[in-house]
Design a protein. Structure first.
Length: 145
């Protein structure tokens, strides 16, 4: 198992950050690293709900993703299990802080070898995801790609 943890203070309330996660139109705008876009086919934001989407890379390659929402605590936590390979669980924790919200992004990968081989990409991608989320809640609108 391999764990990746990234935190960021975002100048917005936990409710505002949570809104950018629970709204599929907003989530599709910021989810993923820079240059990626998303097409959601299923998004049932509830514990046990499926989330099926294709992440489109900058080169046009489509990456199918199948996830399940494991736990949702409004304004404070979303836990997701990535069902297709690579298998991982992602927790997005939201805590009030002086700046607004401390977002802690924790990914736990089953395959440690895969995670270690991808560490450079995953760490950069996680930081870009948090950058895009911060822009989404800061502007309340679309994020540039």
């Amino acid at each position: 198992m391999s764990v990746f943890r990234h935190s960021r203070e975002i100048p917005a309330s936990p409710a505002s950050v949570f809104a950018a996660i629970q709204d599929p139109a907003r989530l599709a705008r910021w989810w993923g690293p820079d240059g990626f876009t998303n097409t959601f086919s299923t998004f049932e934001f509830r514990p046990g709900g499926p989330w099926l989407f294709t992440m489109h890379g900058p080169d046009g390659t489509g990456y199918p993703n199948e996830s399940e929402f494991l736990e949702i605590v409004p304004g404070s936590l979303v836990r997701i299990r990535h069902v297709n390979l690579p298998h991982f669980e992602l927790s997005i924790a939201l805590e009030p802080c002086a700046a607004g919200t401390l977002v802690t992004w924790t990914g736990v990968f089953e395959n440690a070898e895969f995670a270690e081989n991808m560490r450079g990409f995953l760490e950069k991608a996680n930081e870009q995801n948090l950058d895009r989320l911060a822009r989404e809640v800061g502007a309340g609108g679309p994020v540039g790609v």
